[in-house]
Design a protein around this ligand. Structure first.
Ligand SMILES: [Zn+2]
Length: 292
């Protein structure tokens, strides 16, 4: 999700935090899309990515449950835990946590299969350990000071701490699911880096497709976002409603529809995050453009 999450080791590894974070200002020259890469998208595929990306941010303008762009979230004043929007967001997140866990585990298994990782016994054990971390998560804790961040602390890995601004800025099931899934993938990776190979493969593939530089932490963040988009899509498919499918799918990505499109060493810029996710997931692009 497409969300901007920082994974930082602190206090000798006894504590880590995965938080949504708006990227710092940085030169964009290394994010310029070019057409030189051997395995880059075809012109047709690139056009589909651009059409789908535009559709996401256009949908946001008319959806009453649209997610708030992260640069807008960051500029908002603190929101009390007892405010109606934060209470509703916390209840939504807690209600959807079991769904998020189930769909994250299914998505991780699917990615491991798609990328051939499950063939290695060592990788299979690592995936099982990652799944156990996800299964152990129990609680959502709203927090004023976390603002537009979400965090997990190793001393309490069963609880995801959500900033109240973040909770209020994601007023749909699809929006909150994509962010929950993002955090759960960080938790799955844990302090053992159980998903390091998956992150590297996803980053390498996305780099080939987009000609963006997506390695190390950027690859982890993009993989978390990829799982977030997969989880939201699975949820939409499993829970039909009268709302248009494009509207529901867009909610998983549209917090990246920023005005200030800046990345940093650990994160692609928000709008390039959308492009990379859609490049990795052409069937999602088609659904966003054609509704099927
Ligand atoms: Zn993250």
């Amino acid at each position: 999700m497409v969300v901007f999450i920082l994974l930082a080791a602190m206090s000798g590894g006894s504590f880590w935090v995965a938080g949504q974070k708006r990227p710092k200002a940085k030169s964009q020259k290394d994010e310029t899309l070019t057409s030189h890469s051997r395995d880059a998208l075809t012109p047709e595929a690139r056009e589909m990515v651009e059409l789908a990306s535009a559709a996401v941010c256009r949908e946001r303008l008319t959806d009453p449950k649209a997610s708030v762009p992260i640069d807008d979230m960051q500029g908002r004043p603190s929101l009390p835990v007892r405010s109606p929007e934060a209470v509703a967001g916390a209840q939504r997140a807690q209600r959807l946590l079991p769904t998020a866990k189930t769909l994250v585990i299914a998505s991780l298994k699917r990615l491991a299969s798609d990328y051939g990782i499950q063939k290695s016994p060592i990788q299979t054990r690592r995936l099982q350990r990652a799944i156990a971390h996800v299964s152990a998560v129990r609680n959502i804790r709203p927090d004023v000071d976390s603002r537009d961040n979400a965090s997990v602390f190793m001393r309490n890995p069963r609880t995801i701490v959500f900033g109240t601004i973040f909770l209020a800025g994601l007023p749909s099931d699809e929006g909150i699911l994509s962010v929950l899934a993002h955090e759960l993938v960080h938790i799955a990776d844990g302090s053992e880096d159980s998903l390091a190979l998956l992150f590297a493969i996803v980053g390498s593939r996305a780099s080939q497709l987009t000609s963006l530089k997506i390695h190390s932490q950027r690859a982890e963040e993009l993989t978390c976002d990829l799982v977030g988009a997969m989880v939201a899509r699975s949820h939409v498919a499993a829970s039909p409603s009268y709302e248009p499918i494009q509207r529901r799918l867009s909610r998983a990505l549209e917090h990246n529809c920023v005005n200030e499109d800046e990345g940093d060493d650990d994160h692609l810029s928000p709008r390039n995050t959308i492009r990379a996710l859609l490049a990795l997931n052409p069937s999602l692009s088609r659904e966003l453009v054609y509704g099927r």
